[in-house]
Design a binder for this molecule. Structure first.
Ligand code: SF4
Ligand code: SF4
Length: 439
């Protein structure tokens, strides 16, 4: 089979060489850790510990509120030092539980799930605080609970890792591929799906080979090679590439009988169900030409970014910009005390030569953004409307279908900040829709 792919997209340099050969290192936790109660899509969790409380590794410290929410666990043992409103990666303040590490690493008792029935799996995944680790942070138990009229026949594991620079999924799939395969089997069981795919970009031939060997005898699971192209890991792009099914505008993958999960999420489900470990640590890539020793770390969640950078040899003198996540969809951060959280897949540090200023030019109507938009939108229009603060009109241009992949910004010769305006437009439209609903 040739390389599978979707229509349009871009080809940024993958820059994975910097960290791809760095084995996953378990990071010794710092003395003080910060746990935001909002580190997933949905309602923030409710803090259930107070200042002075002792905690253990894997202890529940904030409880999910409602269905679309997720539990939060301590990654160290120690004492709760307080609950503080602190800056998060979005530049807004979030309530965070501050824990002082006693360096004893006493663990809570974990209960293993022996009866792998669908309902039990979904409940356990909810209990374990599992969310999409590719960056979306959507609570996984919600994806595992489709309505009865939307049966799921296929689960796709996103092993594309199409964001340049990032290698955390690559290292996971290379070093612990069985966790991903076993996690996929659990997901298929939970959903009653009969077919599973692991989609991997062609720039990871060693992972493709390993996964292929591992799945050879699994008749229901197939490893597929995807073209190296951005955003190959987008849910809708992945479904089209592998199954040639088109998710309708405004619809979810379940509309075409599919659930997509990131490879890290599949491994986290394995860790939870087979090793009894809730989600309190994850693999994070620290990389970029602005950092001295790029690394792939297994990070206790709550660890501040400056500690991660220090453990990666520190910043180079010409370091100029730090991105949380990948360069295409990540967020520039300035406060390095922000903690690593469930959705943090990487930290990328750019040098002064690699960053360009905030200035941008007028639209020259070159159509390049239209040519690359994987959702068949007209990105130039979002910047034009945004500049004139006509945010609500973007709805008529289907802005809600935008997956914020940044391909349009990448290709634009005028460096117009489409995604920045798209976020503003989506926020304004959502607020308006809520107002209408109330009426
Ligand atoms: S790529 Fe940039 S300059 Fe070209 S049409 Fe789109 S917004 Fe305008
Ligand atoms: S408009 Fe949205 S989906 Fe299209 S290229 Fe730009 S960011 Fe990606």
């Amino acid at each position: 089979m040739g390389l599978l792919t979707f229509k349009k997209g871009v080809h940024p340099p993958d820059m994975k060489l910097l960290s791809k050969d760095k084995k996953i290192e378990r990071l010794t936790p710092p003395k003080i850790l910060y746990f935001p109660v909002a580190q997933h899509i949905g309602a923030p969790a409710k803090t259930i510990v107070k200042k002075g409380d002792p905690v253990k590794v894997g202890q529940l410290i904030a409880e999910a509120v409602g269905f679309v929410s997720a539990n939060i666990f301590s990654s160290v043992s120690g004492t709760v030092k307080g609950i503080e409103d602190r800056l998060n990666f979005l530049g807004t303040k979030t309530s965070m539980i501050v824990i002082e590490n006693d360096e004893k690493y006493e663990k809570t008792e974990f209960t293993l799930l022996t009866d792998l029935q669908s309902a039990n799996i979904v409940n356990k995944v909810k209990e374990g605080g599992i969310v999409g680790l590719g960056g979306a942070t959507f609570p996984t138990h919600v994806k595992l609970s489709p309505p009865k009229d939307k049966p799921i026949d296929t689960v796709i594991i996103n092993g594309a890792e199409c964001e340049p620079y990032l290698t955390s999924d690559y290292r996971l799939m290379l070093e612990q591929p069985q966790k991903v395969v076993e996690g996929l089997k659990i997901l298929m069981k939970a959903l009653g799906a009969t077919k599973g795919y692991i989609g991997i970009e062609s720039n990871k031939p060693d992972v493709l080979k390993k996964m292929h060997e591992l799945c050879e005898k699994e008749s229901e699971i197939e490893t597929v090679a995807l073209k190296t192209k951005y955003p190959q890991g987008g849910e809708k792009q992945l479904i089209y590439a592998i199954l040639k099914r088109k998710v309708p505008a405004g619809g979810l993958p379940m509309a075409v009988g599919v659930v997509v999960q990131n490879s890290g999420t599949a491994a986290a489900i394995y860790d939870l169900l087979k090793e009894g470990k809730p989600l309190y640590e994850r693999i994070i890539t620290i990389t970029g030409n602005g950092v001295n020793e790029p690394k792939n770390f297994l990070v206790p969640l709550g660890t501040p970014i400056n500690y991660l950078i220090e453990k990666a040899g520190g910043l180079k003198e010409n370091a100029a910009k730090i991105i949380m996540g990948g360069p295409m969809m990540g967020f520039a951060i300035t406060d390095l005390t922000i903690p690593a959280q469930k959705g943090t897949s990487g930290i990328v540090v750019f040098t002064d030569k690699e960053v360009y200023g905030e200035d941008y030019d007028v639209c020259i109507r070159c159509n390049k953004c239209i040519d690359v938009c994987p959702m068949d939108l007209a990105p130039y229009q979002y910047a034009l409307l945004g500049e004139n603060e006509r945010y609500l009109e973007a709805k008529d241009w289907n802005v809600l279908d935008c997956i914020e992949c940044g391909s349009c910004v990448y290709i634009c010769p005028s460096k117009r900040p489409m995604v920045q305006f798209i976020k503003l437009e989506k926020a304004a439209i959502t607020a308006e829709m809520k107002k209408e609903k109330k009426k």
